[in-house]
Each structure stands twice: as structure tokens, then as C-alpha cells.
Design a protein around this ligand. Structure first.
Ligand code: SF4
Ligand code: SF4
Length: 159
């Protein structure tokens, strides 16, 4: 994951509700391993910011002990490296990776304001206000066939 922004998350949620369109996750994994570095972790609905919170998570879910604190992102969240990542960037035990690894990337990540790395094979596909506006605009412009038909009808009625 590349980062999260609370404000962007709230905006995305509101837009999805107003437009009644859910985000879609498209694409496929390219096995680059980038999402296994700089991982952000959550416990009890909050992003981890302190070592104490990380220890609490490991107590609740010991499988997370494979992570090591690297640094913090610009929002103050802890970024982790995973000790299960091999030198080839692949997971050393792919079959037994954590549920969060199996589910990545989730729609929840999108609605929390998260975004994916530029190299990730997945992307979020969301309908935007601009898309709806352009669709309505196109629907209001009569098609060339329709205009031609109207012109022919006019000529017929005048002759
Ligand atoms: S960053 Fe994307 S493409 Fe790379 S391993 Fe993770 S999910 Fe796959
Ligand atoms: S357990 Fe495997 S898939 Fe999950 S973060 Fe670690 S290396 Fe990546």
C-alpha cells in the first residue's frame, strides 16, 4: 500500500453513496512484492502508530510478529517490512500468508483513503462525478442519425 488519507477516504465514501456506485478492483497481481514493504497495519479499527499498539496487535494475533517496524509515513502511521519476504520479493510461505495478504487490495482500503503503488497490477475503478456529468451531457446531444432523420422528415413534409 502506498498510503492513506482520511479526507480522501471520506470523500470516496460520500461519492459512492451519492452516485450509488461501488468501487471495483480490476487487474491482477504482477508478483512485484512491493505491497509487502512499507505495510500499514490496523488493530481494533485504528492504524498502528506506536510500538505499544503493535505489541498489542501481536498479542491479539501472533501471526503479525513476522512484521518489523521500518519507519513512519507522513501521517504518523508505522510502516512495516515483512520477514517472510524472500530476496526474490516473493512470499516464503505463500500458502500460509495472513488473511490481510490474501485479501489485498480490498475495497475497504479504497474507502479508507488508501491508494496503490504505480507498479501494482491492480487498480481501483470508481465512477466519478465527472463521468456521470459527461454521460448526461452525451445523452442530451442528439445523435447524427437522429438529426439526419429529422432533416429528411422536414424535407418530406415541405414537398
Ligand atoms: S503491489 Fe500489487 S502487483 Fe505487486 S505484489 Fe502487491 S498486489 Fe501484486
Ligand atoms: S506474509 Fe507473505 S504476502 Fe504477507 S506481507 Fe509477508 S511476504 Fe508479503
Amino acid at each position: 500500500m502506498e498510503g492513506i488519507s482520511l479526507f480522501i477516504g471520506l470523500f470516496r465514501k460520500a461519492r459512492a453513496i451519492i452516485l450509488r456506485r461501488e468501487v471495483e478492483i480490476v487487474g491482477q497481481c504482477r508478483l512485484c512484492g512491493n505491497c509487502c514493504r512499507g505495510v500499514l497495519l490496523k488493530n481494533r479499527d485504528r492504524w498502528l502508530r506506536t510500538e505499544a499498539q503493535y505489541k498489542e496487535l501481536c498479542k491479539d494475533e501472533p501471526g503479525h510478529e513476522r512484521f518489523k517496524i521500518m519507519d513512519k509515513d507522513e501521517y504518523g502511521n508505522l510502516c512495516f517490512a515483512c520477514s517472510w519476504q524472500g530476496e526474490d520479493n516473493l512470499c516464503k510461505d505463500h500458502e500460509n500468508r495472513l488473511q490481510l495478504c490474501k485479501e489485498y487490495p480490498t475495497k475497504g482500503l479504497y474507502y479508507q483513503g488508501g491508494w496503490l503503488g504505480a507498479d501494482c497490477g491492480f487498480s481501483f475503478k470508481a465512477v466519478k462525478f465527472r463521468d456521470i456529468f459527461m454521460r448526461r451531457k452525451r445523452a442530451l446531444i442528439p445523435s447524427f442519425d437522429k438529426i439526419l432523420q429529422q432533416e429528411q422528415d422536414k424535407k418530406r413534409s415541405n414537398s
